[in-house]
Design a protein around this ligand. Structure first.
Ligand code: URA
Length: 444
């Protein structure tokens, strides 16, 4: 067996055996297979798809590339959520401390930015001093003491996803249902959790803009989870406009802090509470969704979850003074305010265009070696359904890059549509995947 034969086999649309998948993944992790051959394989898998059995085997082999977090010494319930990726999606940063406050344990392994979508790890790393490269022992210790821990894939923990994730980002091979399934579930199963809630994003800024493909992704995730005996629910949430108003690493941490202090944007709070409520219902902490929603809303408003975030950040070496006083964080050299050309209601804020703009002003990567500017990004001043006056601020762009103001203006104007007709704010909660492969739209 050699990598070239296996790339050719996949390229021709043939199914690989577990041994062949293992040969590729293990060979890549230990350095025998170079980036260029793994990239060619990923591209072949991207175009030819992988069968459900190959997807399961890929997940298993990626999971077995490292250790699992052994949470058996912690007596409580361990639960997590993961999103398929979106713009302004900072849910994990608020949800992990919130869920820890109700007595559940959240051992969260996250990823970096993928394509135009942001990554929880990059966002967290905008907090000076924070360390997400914890050893498994350190993670378990923190989990048991504080109730939540933010972790990265490391040489020890899902190293296959660590390497393949970065390579997919740089080779435009992210948008593949089997590759997304294996990437997400290898991380989540390695966490040693009892339950999982998945947030499958649907819309312009998601990897799948059509419901039909989002449903296919949800089914793939549920099927593979079931094979590992992991209880999993899927919620579909909207990603047509960015979630909340902040897009960019530190900007999103700042918006998360505001939210934990009781001042979050409505769509963001709704998504956090919906996913959290499903976590409580799934793990039988509450009987009904309504009861769970009430309990979490109170916790969020009380400031308890904010204190929990401080505890987590401190325990991981982060400088909490920036959480306590976000105004002390270094600012971008340039702040470009884009104003509306007309009065009316905001009908569209294209999440893909805003996500790509944030990436281009420094918040994301185009190559694996690119440095992310943690301060950079887009701060929206409006959401869909808001009224804007001509000349009023639509968005502010934070950057150190010398991009022409006319280019920034044009890109924001192209992304945001203003109409004369009144537009209602859309509900970000779209649906709930049901086990038989269908979906309830919307259950809320
Ligand atoms: N999140 C992941 O962890 N992996 C993907 O491939 C997409 C979203």
């Amino acid at each position: 067996m050699n990598a070239l034969q296996l790339i050719t086999k996949k390229q021709a649309g043939n199914e690989l055996t577990p041994d062949e998948i293992s040969y590729l993944v293990r060979g890549y992790v230990n350095g025998d297979i170079p980036d260029y051959q793994m990239s060619a394989f990923l591209m072949a898998a991207y175009y030819q798809e992988m069968s459900p059995e190959e997807t399961y085997q890929l997940t298993k082999i990626m999971l077995e590339s490292g250790e699992r977090v052994n949470t058996s010494s912690i007596p409580g319930i361990k639960v997590d959520k993961h999103s398929t990726g979106g713009v302004g999606d900072k849910v994990s940063i608020v949800l992990a401390p919130l869920i820890a406050c109700v007595g559940l344990y959240v051992p969260m392994i996250s990823g970096r930015a993928l394509g135009h979508s942001g990554g929880t790890l990059d966002k967290l790393e905008s907090i000076p001093g924070i360390n997400t490269n914890l050893s498994v022992d350190e993670a378990v210790k923190q989990l048991s003491k504080i109730g939540a821990v933010f972790m990265a894939q490391t040489e020890e923990l899902v190293p296959a996803d660590k390497k393949m994730y970065a390579l997919r980002d740089a080779t435009s091979t992210v948008k593949s249902i089997p590759l997304i399934t294996a990437s997400i579930l290898s991380k989540k199963i390695a966490e040693g959790i009892d339950g999982l809630v998945l947030d499958v994003k649907v819309g312009k800024g998601a990897f799948y803009s059509r419901q039909q493909y989002a449903l296919k992704l949800a089914n793939s995730l549920i099927n593979v989870s079931e094979k590992f005996g992991l209880k999993t629910s899927v919620l579909f949430t909207a990603m047509d406009q960015p979630l909340g108003k902040a897009v960019g690493n530190w900007l999103e941490i700042k918006e998360s802090i505001d939210t934990l202090r009781g001042n979050g944007p409505k769509d963001f709070v709704d998504v956090v509470l919906a996913l959290g409520s499903e976590m409580l219902v799934q793990t039988k902490q509450e009987k009904t969704y309504e009861e769970a929603l009430k309990r979490l809303s109170i916790k969020l408003q009380s400031g308890e979850a904010y204190k929990k975030l401080l505890e987590i950040v401190k325990s991981q070496g982060g400088k909490t003074k920036f959480i306590e006083n976000p105004g002390n964080y270094p600012e971008s050299q340039r702040k470009i305010v884009v104003r509306s050309e007309r009065s009316g209601y905001i009908s569209t804020i294209d999440a893909l265009q805003i996500g790509t703009l944030a990436m281009d002003v420094g918040a994301g990567r185009h190559k694996m070696t690119d440095e992310v500017d943690l301060k950079a990004g887009v701060m929206l001043n409006k959401k869909v359904g808001d009224y804007v006056e001509r000349g009023e601020e639509l968005a502010t762009i934070m950057t150190d890059r010398q991009i022409e103001v006319t280019e920034i203006n044009t890109r924001v104007w192209n992304a945001i549509e203003v109409t004369k007709l009144k537009v209602l704010p859309p509900n970000p909660l779209l649906g709930y995947a049901v086990k038989d492969g269908s979906c309830r739209w919307p259950p809320f």
